[in-house]
Ligand binder design. Structure first.
Ligand SMILES: Nc1ncnc2c1ncn2[C@@H]1O[C@H](COP(=O)(O)OP(=O)(O)OP(=O)(O)O)[C@@H](O)[C@H]1O
Ligand SMILES: [Mg+2]
Length: 435
């Protein structure tokens, strides 16, 4: 019976139990003491007192054990106010199905839906009760599994091929109810789990491994090729040896860079939920980044204009990580900019709306060839490069913007990339400022 307004009470050990048992022992002690007292003063002889004491102890022990057995069997006691009983609520099947978090359907032996929950409506539509399963889902694997579970009274699993706008991976568990294994069941309960997210994570992981090994395999193959040439045909060719060793060193450097970037990415991901605690002077970081990039910029006659340092801007963050962010963004502007072009870095910190925290924006603008709009949403994906060959040639791993995105997420920052083909690219980083 359902008693929705009267939920079951948890069993709480009653302190009165303790006193009840103690009272038997106290009475026994008093009785023994008085018997021994009477025998001591000669009112009864010691043998009789010993006999009476033994019989009294046995009776008391029997009473105590009888009481505790009764108390464990029933909750009522005539000598004390009745303890509340634990009431077990038996839910109706409809309520059980409704309470399930995943889509669930309860079917009878004629494969007709008896009850369903709201989660099931999001998959199969509304008004499901009373409809045959095959009118709701035409999935052959699901229908066969349900019939099988009903006939044999055994649990079955079915993969549902979902045909919709988005690809989904659904797994149904069909559990027979009211049947012994091997005998026909009266009902089956179908519960459906959406494994799409798990599937996506697995796919991402295998893509990542495939990409990482591909990126490593290319320079490795090249190094091995040069080693074979140096061991064979070019063994005594001094000039070729010098040239090949130079290429091998560059390839080794590329592999080191890739591994460093992979390690950095995994470290940043690990710390994703740890808020940074340090205070970082942004102008100081930007000045350091520009200093390290000047040699590459000079090679291509690109000028870098850093922000005017009129007052320091502090942000909550980790210096090394923010250094990586601006190094990659300004390096990108230089690497993918045009020869003889210019890169401008500016800092703005508008007055925040009342009650809102202050935010600082660093803008990096180049006048390079720009990025076509279809690439913009994918730039922060790992290993994504607009022109993989060009990027590889200039030492790019395609991990830079993925690292930037993760670091900024951790710093509660934002990244915006705008670009116009033929005119250049503008990247904006917004971070919460401390003052
Ligand atoms: N300022 C820019 N102008 C033109 N293209 C850009 C610019 N910034 C990034 N890109 C494009 O975005 C791609 C991804 O950049 P990202 O920084 O993630 O990788 P990368 O520079 O190739 O490698 P890494 O940063 O590891 O050296 C680049 O390969 C490039 O094609
Ligand atoms: Mg980069």
């Amino acid at each position: 019976m359902m008693a929705p307004d009267d939920p079951p009470e948890p069993f709480i050990p009653d302190i009165r139990d303790f006193y009840r048992r103690q009272s038997v022992l106290v009475l026994l002690t008093l009785f023994l003491a008085s018997t021994l007292g009477l025998s001591f003063f000669g009112y009864i002889d010691p043998l009789t007192s010993l006999f009476v004491a033994t019989v009294a102890s046995l009776i008391a022990l029997m009473l105590a054990s009888l009481r505790s057995t009764q108390e464990s069997e029933t909750s009522t006691d005539l000598s004390f106010p009745a303890r509340k009983t634990v009431r077990v609520n038996i839910m109706s099947s409809a309520q059980l199905v409704a309470a399930m978090p995943d889509p669930a359907l309860l079917l009878d032996s004629s494969v007709t839906i008896q009850h369903h929950n709201t989660a099931a409506e999001s998959l199969f539509g509304k008004s499901l009760d009373g409809r045959a399963l095959e009118h709701v889902s035409r999935d052959p694997e699901l229908i066969t599994a349900v019939e099988d579970a009903l006939t044999h009274g055994e649990r079955r699993i079915a993969r549902i091929a979902w045909r919709g706008d988005v690809e989904r991976h659904l797994m149904a568990t069909i559990a027979p109810l009211g049947a012994k294994s091997g005998r026909a069941a009266d009902q089956v309960l179908i519960t459906i789990r959406d494994l799409s997210e798990q599937h996506r994570v697995l796919e991402m992981r295998s893509d990542f491994i495939a990409n990482a090994s591909h990126e490593l395999r290319t320079p490795l193959a090249s190094v091995r090729g040069f080693i074979e040439t140096l061991q064979g045909p070019a063994r005594y060719d001094e000039t070729a040896r010098e040239r090949f060793l130079g290429i091998m060193a560059a390839q080794a450097e590329r592999m080191t860079r890739l591994i460093d970037d992979l390690l950095l990415l995994s470290r940043v991901e690990e710390k994703a939920y740890l808020a940074p605690t340090g205070k970082v002077d942004l102008d100081d970081v930007l000045a350091d980044v520009v200093r390290t990039l000047l040699p590459i910029a000079d090679e291509r006659k690109i000028s870098i204009t850093p922000p005017r340092a009129n007052r320091s801007t502090l942000v909550v963050g980790e210096r090394d990580e923010l250094f990586q962010v601006f190094q990659n963004l300004i390096e990108n502007a230089v690497k993918y900019g045009r020869d003889g072009g210019s890169v401008t870095v500016t800092r703005t910190q508008p007055a925040p709306p009342p009650g809102q925290p202050s935010r600082v924006t660093i803008t990096i603008t180049d006048d390079g060839p720009g990025i076509a709009p279809e690439h913009l949403p994918r730039l922060t994906e790992r290993f994504y490069r607009v022109n993989a060959d060009q990027s590889r040639k200039i030492g790019g791993t395609g991990l830079g913007l993925a690292i930037v995105k993760h670091v900024l997420n951790r710093h509660k920052g934002e990244l915006q990339i705008e670009s116009q083909v033929g005119f250049g690219t503008t990247v904006r980083v917004t971070l919460p400022a401390t003052i």
